[in-house]
Design a protein around this ligand. Structure first.
Ligand SMILES: Nc1ncnc2c1ncn2[C@@H]1O[C@H](COP(=O)(O)OP(=O)(O)OP(=O)(O)O)[C@@H](O)[C@H]1O
Ligand SMILES: [Mg+2]
Length: 256
């Protein structure tokens, strides 16, 4: 079982889109996958066609109240399940702050997830206690980053937090890589940022070969509660996420 947290301190960088479609691609490839929504915005829950307010058991009951994982999990497709979030999870950062060992709560909540091949954690656009607790629970961090300057800065700060978590709490945490998202070919800034990530100190070997292009189908699919593979299987978005998923699995096998 491999746990991957999708993180970037910057907002709107394609974290949830990546969590959603990576989970769907793994499930289609026959891997039993659990997608976990740890963001009180509940986007991953809604993207999956689940109404957050209707789920009595959710990230609050499982992570904060330490109730069992199983009954809170919703089957959303073949090989694919979801631990939904709830808007009241907005208190989680402060609650975990006040609890002794709060950074261990996600890890404890996922102890029962052993029969999944992959667990994909979507995190909020902050580096608060919830994101730290997700990094403590995870084997790998995946950083989505649109090819723009602000998300690049968010990626740097996220990598710094990973280093702190590795020092104190989870020495085996692996940075799987940075995936460029919302890429527009022919826009000069996009190329500049890509080149920077390829060559800058601290980023060596991190950038995935696969680039996720800007694609309207990727933005539309969630409004139908569908993954890109159900909504537009032949789209650029579907092709890019299949390629990324293959590259991720390859990196994991090669120990990156
Ligand atoms: N490759 C893409 N092409 C076009 N639109 C995209 C792409 N990736 C994401 N989007 C759209 O951009 C918006 C932000 O994406 P998403 O919600 O995945 O980001 P996020 O990092 O999870 O945001 P937040 O920080 O608020 O959680 C969404 O409306 C989404 O549909
Ligand atoms: Mg999100």
């Amino acid at each position: 079982m491999q746990i991957v947290v999708i993180a970037n301190r910057s907002g709107g960088v394609s974290k949830t889109t990546t969590a959603h479609n990576l989970s769907a691609a793994l499930a289609i490839a026959g891997k039993k996958t659990l997608a976990v929504d740890l963001d009180p915005q509940c986007d991953l829950t809604r993207f999956s066609g689940v109404v957050p307010e209707e789920q009595e058991q959710n990230a609050i009951t499982v992570v904060l109240d330490k109730e069992p994982l199983g009954p809170a999990v919703v089957e959303i497709g073949k090989n694919l399940s979801l631990l939904p979030c709830h808007p009241d999870f907005v208190s989680a950062d402060t609650e975990l702050q006040t609890k002794t060992g709060g950074e261990l709560y996600v890890k404890k909540a996922l102890k029962a997830a052993t029969d999944y091949d992959f667990v994909i954690l979507d995190s909020p656009p902050s580096l608060g206690k919830v994101t730290v607790a997700a990094m403590v629970a995870a084997h790998h961090v995946l950083i989505p980053m649109p090819t723009q300057y602000k998300p690049l800065e968010g990626a740097v700060r996220t990598l710094n937090t990973v280093e702190l978590v590795k020092e104190d709490l989870n020495p085996d945490l692996n940075v799987l890589g940075i995936v460029a998202t919302m890429f527009v070919r022919g826009r000069s800034l996009d190329k500049e940022v890509l080149r920077h990530v390829e060559t800058a100190e601290g980023f060596e070997g991190l950038l995935f070969d696969t680039v996720i292009r800007q694609n309207t189908d990727l933005a539309q699919a969630p409004s139908y509660g569908k993954s890109i593979f159900e909504h537009a299987p032949r789209s650029n978005g579907a092709q890019d996420y299949v390629a990324l998923t293959k590259e991720i699995v390859r990196r994991m096998k090669n120990g990156r």
